[in-house]
Design a protein around this ligand. Structure first.
Ligand SMILES: Cc1ncc(COP(=O)(O)O)c(C=O)c1O
Length: 460
């Protein structure tokens, strides 16, 4: 079986992708799935792809099927799978030093990467400091600690938010009941407010800017006015574009309101860019669309180009007041840090945010055309290559078409295109920002065809 781990890098021709040779899962995949299900504890695995090699936006499974990856391994492969810059930097780390306790000592890598992130991140100060960890949830945990360390015990977060699954970040997360089920007793002190969703919101308001204002009104009137003293609120934690909650783009008025709450009450603004950051939305960081400079910002996923790394970027005056308050054995791991330097260099040299913006416009245009024709498509929204297609049973009631969405994703997979769901009825489109345009549009056409089929079937 180890032969599947000993293959040379994947090569493919764009016009031969996708290529489906077997049922999905195929015979070999079925065997690995059986072993994996026996020996791996349960997680979120729902899609029967046993991947063995990947390059840019193409993934090969163990049966030799070639898929277009329209999810970038959950918004991780922004610079493409096995990006040459990332591979070269990781090889350098392998040749020189894989890891050397970067929180207890110093390494060249953590000095240079922190300096680079400080220059790039739009933090509300003249420079920023960075705390390195290994994942998104850990970057949020570090942000929670920094915020509490400086201010009070309370946090305000949003319905449908996703910030991770460890006990602190899980308390902020509020996108599916199953995330919390049986884990009661999460961190106390978190209050949730409705996220400003222009498509589905509690007041059925249709003007997006009004929706933004209502979200701020709820925070100020209900939470700060009736529940907690603003002085004790450490931070308002938000995704600049909600990810797992359904690829929801808030209006500008929401960010203007947040800015005012910071000014009036001194509450820190904590921008979780774990999914929306690193060029995904057509700007380096999603918050740049809205002109707000956060006090705390988190990055992970795409930062390491596949290597596990997270970063909590803060205003320097918020730094821990001494040594020992927080640390991490693997945080700032040399291999991941060099990979991240590769990602940043590649992104800059190849203007990837701009590319994401351009390709995103094309995809949005095509999907909006399809929306006019296919009733099942309730909403098409997004920024750059972070696009959600929300399927509804009825355009008036906006009832979630969850089974239909799942069917579309499964049928597209059988044709060799990988999509992931988000929200209750959304197909997410988040391919590598480096995807060949031909493959991207092929993936989009297959998605549209499958939505059309499911739409016809349900009307029979
Ligand atoms: C916005 C956001 N924050 C945090 C996380 C948690 O990241 P990780 O899975 O690396 O812990 C995610 C993961 O999807 C995310 O989308």
């Amino acid at each position: 079986m180890y032969e599947d781990l000993k293959l040379p890098p994947l090569e493919y021709k764009v016009d031969e992708v996708p290529k489906i040779l077997t049922d999905i899962p195929g015979p070999k995949a079925k065997k690995y799935i059986e072993i994996a299900n026996k020996y791996n504890a349960r997680s979120t695995r729902e899609i029967p792809v046993v991947a063995r090699r990947a390059k840019n936006a193409v993934v090969e499974d163990v049966d030799g099927n070639l898929f277009i990856d329209m999810a970038a391994a959950i918004a991780v492969a922004n610079v493409g799978h096995n990006n040459p810059y990332v591979v070269e930097r990781i090889k350098r780390a392998l040749d020189t030093m894989i890891n050397f306790a970067a929180h207890d000592f110093y390494t060249v890598g953590i000095a240079l990467l922190a300096q680079k992130l400080s220059e790039l991140a739009p933090i509300n100060a003249d420079y920023a400091k960075v705390f390195f960890v290994n994942s998104g949830t850990e970057s949020v945990e570090a942000g929670i600690k920094i915020a509490r360390h400086n201010r009070g015990p309370y946090f305000i977060a949003f319905y449908r938010a996703f910030h991770g699954r460890t006990m602190g970040s899980l308390s902020l997360t509020c996108s599916k009941p199953v995330h919390r089920k049986t884990f009661y007793s999460t961190m106390p002190g978190v209050r949730h407010a409705p996220y400003p969703d222009p498509y589905r919101n509690p007041r059925h308001e249709e003007n997006p800017e009004e929706v933004g204002k209502l979200a701020i009104e709820f925070i100020e009137d209900y939470i700060l006015g009736h529940a907690v003293d603003p002085e004790e609120v450490a931070a308002i934690v938000f995704e600049p574009v909600q990810g797992e909650g359904g690829y929801i783009v808030p209006p500008k008025s929401f960010f203007e309101g947040l800015e005012r709450l910071r000014k009036d009450y001194g509450i820190l603004l904590f921008d979780d860019e774990v999914q929306a950051g690193m060029g995904r939305t057509g700007k380096r960081f999603a918050i740049e669309h809205f002109g707000l400079r956060p006090d705390i910002m988190t990055l992970a996923k795409a930062l390491g180009g596949g290597a596990p790394i997270g970063a909590t970027i803060i205003r320097p005056d918020l730094d821990f007041k001494g040594d020992g308050y927080h640390s991490s054995t693997f945080g700032g791991n040399n291999l991941a840090v060099l990979a991240a330097l590769g990602v940043i260099d590649y992104m800059k040299e190849h203007n990837l945010p701009e590319r994401a913006a351009k390709l995103g416009e094309k995809v949005m245009k095509r999907l909006k055309e399809a929306q006019e024709e296919i009733e099942l498509i309730g909403d098409v929204r997004g920024l750059g290559l972070m696009i959600g297609v929300d399927l509804v049973k009825d355009r008036k009631t906006k009832a979630y078409a969850t089974e239909e969405r799942d069917k579309v994703i499964l049928n597209a997979l059988k044709r060799g295109v990988i999509f992931l769901p988000c929200g209750k009825s959304v197909v997410r489109i988040a391919p590598p920002l480096t995807i060949e345009e031909e493959l991207l549009m092929k993936g989009v056409e297959i998605l549209i065809e499958e939505i059309k089929k499911v739409d016809k079937e349900r009307k029979k």
